[in-house]
Design a protein around this ligand. Structure first.
Ligand SMILES: [Mg+2]
Length: 433
């Protein structure tokens, strides 16, 4: 039953927003691939293979987290806490099943989830590979919102096989806090009349946008809970934190009038895939190019996009990124042409040692005649093109591992509130900043 807007109520007053966040998504995907990992301690990351010394945990299953593993933890530290199953002492009590990041597969699972979400809501804003906001105002009502949230969770579990936590609240920031509140497998509904009460006791860290540094400063000011922040005078936090301080206070008071809006049209679509070790032989590389080209073509078709420019990327060790592209006379939707152009462009690298391959289409047009206005760059998604490279490479900001989901422009993470966010609990990802 659709919620009725009270006459004269300010717009947004009775919005119903759902935040859906997959639980330890990468590990959940690995369990889809290998059901026998169901009750095991699963660690998804890079750099645990013999002879490698650098790397980081991308996601750990909740069972593994109980042993102290965390996203972005150095792999050497992880291995100390949880020896690798394959090489551990046979008598070892707890062993970790380490798996490399397989972005292509995670993205395909994510697509399946997205289809369900789009079926459950009129407006969906995807914020990352495993997280989305839904405006469900016209689909449910506060009286039955819990059942609605349960239905979304059940569909995802039944149809895709992964577990999501869901928060339902009158606005985006509260919905996000709600989905986080009872993870994993959480379902938390916060109706408008309970919002302030729900937020008040939460530690400041749980407010959207508060990282350890900000939390420390708030505590110094004597503000330890969202309720404390809510009760500050309007100027108090603004003096200390500027505009972000104002936003923080509003969020703590349960005020957030952002509308859930879908992401803009992507400017480009790309897929990338890394080899465990650099490969010199042409054949495995060409196979990868073919596979990626097919995945990109499929994605473009599903989005109703045609493309005029085709590009490839070759990353040579250690971090030498090369891109080549070619523009066609007009936009096409032609998987065979995409493959042959990509292979042709890639020929230059056939005999090079390559550790990572990418395929991209850009200059997109959409069925309804809309044209993306800007040419994308490979690194538009946030300037990080290369997950393993980043893990191997310099320390990412704030100790996060930056894993570029895809390089699609639409995946540039920011949920539109203009404030920096801390990494979610699940996997390190290209979020924040
Ligand atoms: Mg998640």
């Amino acid at each position: 039953m659709p919620a009725e807007r009270l006459p004269g109520a300010p717009e947004g007053e009775d919005r119903i927003v759902c935040h859906v966040d997959m639980d330890c998504f990468y590990a959940a995907c690995e369990r889809l691939k290998e059901p026998e990992l169901a009750d095991e301690l699963v660690v998804v990351g890079m750099g645990y293979e013999d002879g490698e010394t650098h790397g980081a945990v991308a996601t750990a299953s909740y069972e593994a987290r109980e042993h102290g593993l965390e996203s972005a933890m150095a792999i050497s530290e992880a291995l100390e806490l949880l020896p690798r199953a394959e090489t551990a002492d046979p008598d070892a009590q707890n062993v970790g099943h380490y798996r490399p990041v397989d972005m292509e597969f995670y993205e395909s699972v994510s697509e399946d989830v997205r289809e369900i979400l789009h079926d459950c809501a009129d407006v969906v804003r995807e914020v990352s590979i495993d997280e989305a906001y839904l405006d469900v105002t016209d689909r449910t009502d506060w009286g039955v919102a819990a059942g609605f949230g349960r239905w979304i969770k059940d569909r995802i579990r039944r149809e895709v096989g992964v577990v999501a936590s869901v928060g339902v609240a009158p606005n985006m920031s509260a919905a996000k806090i709600a989905s986080d509140h009872d993870k994993p497998d959480g379902l938390v509904v916060v109706p408008p009349n309970e919002l302030r009460e729900f937020l008040a006791p939460l530690p400041v860290e749980e407010l959207h946008g508060v990282g350890p540094v900000t939390a420390g400063e708030l505590r110094e000011m004597g503000l330890t809970t969202a309720g404390d922040v809510a009760e500050t005078t309007p100027g108090e936090l603004a003096d200390r934190f500027g505009e972000q301080g104002r936003t923080l206070r509003r969020r703590a008071r349960g005020e957030d009038d952002r509308e859930v809006t879908p992401r803009g049209r992507p400017k480009s679509l790309s897929r990338e895939s890394a080899f465990t070790e650099a490969v010199a032989e042409p054949e495995p590389k060409r196979e990868k190019v073919q596979r990626l080209a097919a995945a990109v073509a499929d994605r473009a078709r599903r989005k109703g996009a045609t493309y005029r420019t085709i590009g490839v990327k070759a990353v040579l060790p250690p971090f030498d990124v090369n891109t080549r592209e070619r523009s066609l006379p007009g936009p096409v939707d032609d998987p065979d042409l995409l493959e042959s152009v990509a292979l042709d462009l890639f020929a230059e690298f056939d005999d090079e040692r390559v550790r990572k391959v990418g395929v991209r289409v850009s200059n997109l047009s959409f069925a309804d005649g809309d044209q993306a206005t800007l040419d994308g760059e490979w690194d538009d998604a946030g300037g990080d093109d290369d997950p393993p490279g980043n893990i191997d490479g310099p320390e990412p900001p704030q100790g996060q591992v930056t894993l570029d989901a895809l390089g699609d422009d639409e995946d540039a993470s920011d949920d539109g509130d203009g404030i920096a966010h801390d990494a979610g609990d699940d996997q390190s990802s290209l979020t924040d900043f």
